[in-house]
Design a binder for this molecule. Sequence first.
Ligand SMILES: [Cu+2]
Length: 101
Amino acid sequence: MRKIALVAASILVLSGAVLPKVAVARSPLINGQVTKIDESAGKITLKHGPIKKLDMNEGMTMVFRVQDPAMLKQVKVGDKVRFDADRVNGQITVTKIEKAR
Ligand SMILES: [Cu+2]
């Protein structure tokens, strides 16, 4: 019994120490700023820096689809944000967005 508790405790400690670093390394967020929100179309316009994985080698302002319409309620025009984007069904889509701290 004591051994099991010890193993459980070590797993908790290890996951706490290791997982956050893994999460950060896996999805480096892109810095951007909201310039327009179109809730009815489920789209957001973001001014953003380079996104190498999407072959955008320099910053630009462009329209993105959002994966979840609720994302458009989390931010407003003028907000500085950090976000992630990917090609989803051929459309460049914001998969994650948060206000920059
Ligand atoms: Cu772009």
